[in-house]
Design a binder for this molecule. Structure first.
Ligand SMILES: Cc1cc2nc3c(=O)[nH]c(=O)nc-3n(C[C@H](O)[C@H](O)[C@H](O)COP(=O)(O)OP(=O)(O)OC[C@H]3O[C@@H](n4cnc5c(N)ncnc54)[C@H](O)[C@@H]3O)c2cc1C
Length: 310
């Protein structure tokens, strides 16, 4: 067998990185496997104002600082998507090209954006449709965009884009936004200045465009009227889901696909732990993801120490 890690952490978001810090500082041999880039969702966040210790910090600055801490401690990080886990006294974690072995696993898989389920959505992804304002906003400088969604993420995206685009249409299904008050106040200020136009009770029912997004049709659910808007880009922020389908049959998930954990972040499988946004938690935030990572790591390493190899 190749190297036997005490703990393999899947996901290099804030939960996974915190788990890495706690596990390594306790003395564990740790590997983090990440399918994308450092930081997960936090890396996509324009400005973070609720992470203790920082009045305001950009997501990318926060996650790269944490990553430096992780690397300085000697945690290994490799970039590959985990496709399968084989449970056993020694556990096997499989990527496309490699198999890794460990005593315990921590799942810090986070969450991914939900789509609208409209016919053209896949075809026009990256051609005017985006799920990340911070990543793609700069392409829409001086242009007209729509943000779809009524929660905090949609409000943040609309505010971010209002500094770049000439006009932001903010479209949401309910009568009022569900975003936190302080964000909504900023939205109202931007509305007064004409940068953001609010469309409540509206649902996007069609996206038009051949090689790129050109128009959207939105249905006003109160009046029953359809309105066509010319837009250059669409930013979809209608929620997230945990991408845990590949774990079905291994760990227990709830009806929404979130991994069920107890207060020690144990799943139903001995030696497999989970933390952060992929779990059945009430609050999905940076501090909770980080705390989950710490709890999972502490308990996972306790478990790993019980696994004895001759
Ligand atoms: C736009 C936006 C703004 C936000 N603003 C704030 C804010 O201001 N304050 C706040 O507290 N929270 C904010 N949040 C929420 C916060 O970012 C998340 O709660 C937190 O980042 C979750 O961390 P996590 O480690 O659980 O998951 P994630 O950050 O989602 O990280 C999970 C990682 O796992 C990787 N992964 C998944 N599956 C696999 C696999 N099979 N193999 C390998 N790697 C895998 C993913 O690529 C990802 O990098 C915001 C979220 C968004 C989307």
């Amino acid at each position: 067998m190749d190297k036997l890690y005490d703990i393999i952490i899947i996901g290099e978001g804030i939960s996974g990185m915190t788990a890495g810090i706690y596990a390594r500082r306790a003395g564990a041999e740790v590997l983090i496997l990440e399918k994308g880039a450092v930081g997960g969702q936090a890396a996509l966040t324009y400005e973070i104002g609720n992470y203790p210790g920082f009045k305001n910090i950009s997501g990318i600055e926060l996650v790269t600082t944490i990553q430096q801490q992780v690397l300085a401690l000697g945690v290994e990080i490799r970039y590959a998507k985990v496709l399968e886990i084989q449970d056993g006294y020694i556990k096997t974690v499989k990527t496309k090209d490699t198999e890794y072995h460990c005593k315990a696993i921590i799942l810090c898989l986070g969450a991914s954006p939900k789509n609208l389920g409209l016919p053209n959505e896949d075809k026009l992804l990256g051609r005017g449709i985006s799920y990340c304002a911070v990543c793609d906003g700069a392409f829409y400088r001086g242009k007209t965009v729509a943000v779809i969604g009524g929660g905090n993420a949609a409000a943040e995206d609309a505010l971010y884009l209002s500094h770049l685009a000439s006009k932001v249409h903010l479209i949401y299904r309910s009568g009022s936004m569900k975003a936190q008050e302080f964000l909504f106040e900023q939205i109202l200020d931007a509305e007064k200045s004409g940068k953001i136009e609010l469309h409540s009770n509206c649902e996007v029912v069609h996206i038009d465009g051949t090689s790129k997004v050109e128009k959207i049709t939105m249905l006003n659910k109160m009046s029953g009227e359809n309105t066509v808007l010319d837009v250059d880009g669409i930013f979809i922020a209608v929620g997230r889901f945990a991408d845990t389908g590949w774990l079905q049959g291994l760990v227990e998930t709830d009806k929404n696909g979130y991994i069920v954990v107890d207060e020690r972040k144990r799943t139903n499988v001995a030696g497999i732990y989970a933390g952060g946004d992929c779990t059945n938690t009430k609050l999905r935030q940076l501090v909770t993801a980080s705390a989950d990572g710490a709890i999972a790591a502490t308990n996972a390493y306790e478990y790993a120490k019980t696994i004895k190899i001759d």
